[in-house]
Ligand binder design. Structure first.
Ligand code: ADP
Length: 484
């Protein structure tokens, strides 16, 4: 099938999180299944810098086009490259006013929150490019709210355009909490018929909600793990759209993300001082030793090292760690934390790192190579998420023989099987349910107790390292959704 991907992020060109990882990896796995994929993304400053740095070829596709919709016109320059390491075409939509900004999601230079306008422009530019380049998608695969208007445009008469006659839409929810909500006045900006300003389309309690519109009008809807799919149909985690999601249960499926098995492989990882796999776990100790040296902490094989790599935002749950930080240390752990995000959390963790300088290290910032070394060198990885659509860190940790300690929510519950003393034949980690610091402390303590038992620990490690988190498995499920 001919599949058109439209996404606000594509790794490694420009990403802030899991959305970029998926849109950078899934097309490769779909191509292996015989699909003909074209990827569209905005040409951000970050993308331009990526090409300048990598030297990868980038070509203009055609003269700059004028995109006209509703009361707007704006110019789009189309650039073409290949998804790195593949021959999959990626088409960039360039417009300096919209995309040449400090951050991927920065506001306009004059401070205007023009997020809806810039992604509406992007959607219109994707449609125009398909017309001009005669790309005839069987499937228009849209990701998160930024591209949520595409299924609505398809529904609203676009199928009379020859290029879109056969097109069906698939909408994937990577994070339900970002919905692209705007005031009712913004509806005019979409250029859609008044019929779409209705509770069974874009209107949601008087606001404009692109995410809702796509959920209702896409032909198929998916999210990034089966458990998150169930959770967001409940009022607790439905972010106001649980009822909408329940109403489309018949076309809704959770598909677990994969990981890039080449980038995240302890046997070949260039960021590790020593490489290893499940048959030579002793080498992992050398990675731990080097990591502790880097953290300026004392190494002892018997001391459990709990690591964490995360955005420091409320979603990730590190507020649960703060009240029990000292107790984990008193119980015998060393803590190594790498993260960046909200100043309150950053400051609190930095303070604790300083206060327990002989047992803990907190790095504030974003450092991919250090992240690799933490996955490799720590004994355990903490993920106390409040909600987690899929989560990649726990999969990286499992692959590196680092035992995850997680709050059992979203994709974490799909990938981590907590050890409870009776299930050593399948367990691969530790977990807790209540979003309560004492629960976090208890689960970590349980992990530390089992760490002392070499044979049990090795079994847990081996289970994680042997698990299949490849994209092939997920791509087969997307293939089924496309066929549906
Ligand atoms: P999310 O997309 O919600 O941030 P995921 O677990 O799906 O969470 O993906 C997070 C990705 O970002 C992982 O690849 C993780 O290693 C990386 N990451 C997060 N914070 C940092 C950091 N401070 N330094 C390096 N890598 C980070």
């Amino acid at each position: 099938m001919r599949v058109v991907f439209a996404s606000a992020e594509v790794s490694p060109i420009a990403k802030t999180g899991g959305l970029g990882d998926v849109c950078g990896s899934l097309p490769k796995a779909l191509q292996k299944l015989g699909h003909d994929v074209v990827v569209f993304m905005p040409f951000y400053r970050q993308a331009r810098q990526w090409f300048e740095k990598s030297g990868a070829p980038l070509h203009p596709l055609m003269p700059t086009q004028v995109i006209a919709w509703a009361n707007w016109i704006a110019e789009a320059t189309y650039l073409r490259a290949s998804l790195p390491g593949t021959d999959i075409p990626i088409v960039f939509v360039a417009n300096d006013f919209f995309f040449e900004r400090d951050q991927i999601y920065s506001d306009a230079p004059d401070g205007w929150h023009d997020y809806l306008l810039r992604y509406t422009f992007f959607c219109r530019a994707v449609i125009r490019a398909c017309e001009l380049l005669d790309i005839r998608p069987d499937v228009l695969h849209c990701h998160d709210w930024h591209t949520a208007l595409l299924p609505l445009y398809l529904d609203s008469g676009l199928r009379s355009v020859p290029q879109f006659q056969r097109a069906k839409s698939v909408f994937t929810i990577h994070n339900l909490n970002y919905q692209g909500i705007a005031g009712p006045g913004a509806f005019a900006l979409t250029g859609l018929h008044q019929r779409y300003w209705a509770p069974d389309a874009l209107e949601h309690y008087g606001t404009l909600n692109p995410m809702k519109g796509a959920i209702l009008l896409a032909n198929q809807v998916t999210t990034v793990s089966p458990n998150y799919g169930r959770e967001i149909m409940t009022p607790q985690l439905g972010a106001g759209l649980d009822g909408v999601l329940r109403s489309i249960n018949y076309k809704f499926l959770g598909i677990l993300n994969g990981i890039d098995a080449d980038e995240w492989n302890p046997l070949t990882d260039p960021h590790l001082p020593v490489n290893y796999d499940e048959t030579m776990l002793r080498e992992k100790t050398r990675v731990k030793r080097a990591l502790l040296k880097e953290a300026d902490l004392k190494f002892s094989q018997k001391t459990p090292v709990i690591g964490a790599v995360s955005r420091l935002v409320g979603q990730k749950g590190f507020q649960l760690l703060l009240p029990v930080f000292d107790r984990l240390i008193a119980a015998g752990a060393q803590l190594l934390i790498l993260g960046s995000g909200e100043p309150d959390l950053e400051n609190a963790l930095a303070y604790l790192g300083e206060r327990f300088r002989d047992r803990a290290k907190v790095w504030l910032g974003f450092d991919n190579a250090l992240a690799h070394r933490i996955y490799g060198g720590a004994d355990m990885l903490l993920m106390p998420s409040i909600y987690e659509p899929c989560g990649l860190n726990q999969m990286y940790a499992l692959r590196y023989g680092t035992i995850p300690i997680v709050r059992l929510t979203g994709g974490l519950a799909d990938t981590v099987i907590p050890y409870d003393g009776t299930n050593l034949d399948v367990a691969n980690g530790f977990g807790f349910v209540a979003a309560d610091p004492r629960e976090l402390q208890l689960a970590s303590w349980l992990a530390m107790l089992n760490f002392k038992d070499g044979a049990t620990w090795k079994t847990l490690q081996t289970h994680g390292m042997e698990q299949d988190f490849s994209w092939e498995r997920s791509a087969r499920q997307y293939d089924e959704v496309y066929r549906r």
